[in-house]
Design a protein around this ligand. Structure first.
Ligand code: SF4
Length: 283
């Protein structure tokens, strides 16, 4: 089987930085905690857990004196303050691109803009951004154009995006909000890693004559889900797998396919991409 790799695939800068920090912290501590999964990749999380990573559901589960790494998605200021107050050592590994979205939302909220976030209201990154604003209760989150139509009129609106959103959607939502206020401030806080991976899969399935695409990444990963949507929207058959065992169960999908494109989400480690690529090449 011939495999063609997307130009940008796997760990982005922010995820690599956070994983490196966890590994580094585990050299000096027998256990290191994160609140929630550090990345949306079960195989990589299992590898880190075997080294001593502990994953807490909430900050309440973390014992005093523990070492906590704030994951790349970020965390609200309130949670970080509560951790410090109970004597937890906090290392903040919020991705700098997420930090930029937090800072812009905070600044515009302080300047009395009505802050609208484009993203998933249940995603920890969005919760963390809200938790950095001066008036968290007044921040509104919209997931799409339909929800943007429901925003009422305000004199000044600031639109900030979750880093993993698509630029096309940000532009459409900005167009809808522009007629609902006298002044609209749009912050394009979509990170380059996301758009690079999105462009790379588009290029892969449009210009490399592939019979199908295997997408590698955690099923809970929002950015991998968006890559799947892009591949499907180009009319190319996509097989989304987390590990090589799943790949082996899908032998039917490979029938009559000779040239396979390979893409991976920003939370997929390189070692897993190599393993899966080799398995496909041997088919
Ligand atoms: S996808 Fe972008 S914003 Fe998110 S962790 Fe990676 S580099 Fe940072």
């Amino acid at each position: 089987m011939i495999t063609v790799m997307a130009e940008h695939a796997g760990f982005c800068f922010g995820v690599k930085r956070a994983v490196d920090a966890i590994e580094h912290a585990l050299q000096d501590n027998s256990e290191v905690w994160t609140i929630g999964l550090p990345i949306h990749n079960p195989q990589e999380v299992a590898r880190l857990q075997a080294m001593g990573l502990r994953v807490a559901d909430s900050e309440e589960d973390i014992p005093s004196g523990a070492k906590v790494l704030i994951r790349a998605h970020g965390e609200s200021l309130e949670v970080i303050d509560r951790l410090k107050a109970k004597g937890v050592s906090v290392e903040d590994m919020t991705c700098p691109f997420v930090r930029k979205a937090q800072d812009m939302a905070a600044e515009l909220s302080r300047s009395n803009y009505h802050v609208v976030l484009l993203g998933d209201k249940n995603h920890p990154e969005i919760k963390g951004i809200i938790g950095h604003t001066a008036k968290p209760e007044s921040v509104e989150v919209v997931m799409n154009e339909e929800e943007a139509h429901r925003i009422t009129r305000h004199s000044r609106i600031a639109l900030v995006s979750q880093t993993t959103q698509r630029e096309e959607r940000l532009a459409l939502v900005a167009g809808i909000l522009a007629v609902k206020c006298s002044e609209l401030h749009v912050c394009n806080t979509i990170c380059k890693a996301t758009s690079e991976r999105q462009e790379a899969v588009r290029e892969l399935v449009r210009h490399h004559d592939v019979d199908g695409a295997v997408l590698i990444g955690g099923k809970q990963s929002a950015n991998t889900g968006k890559l799947r949507d892009i591949i499907a929207s180009e009319g190319v058959s996509v097989l989304w797998v987390e590990d090589e065992e799943e790949l082996n169960r899908e032998t039917e999908w490979f029938m009559n396919k000779h040239r396979i494109g390979i893409a991976a989400g920003a939370s997929t480690p390189g070692w897993l991409i190599d393993k899966i690529r080799n398995t496909i090449a041997d088919k």
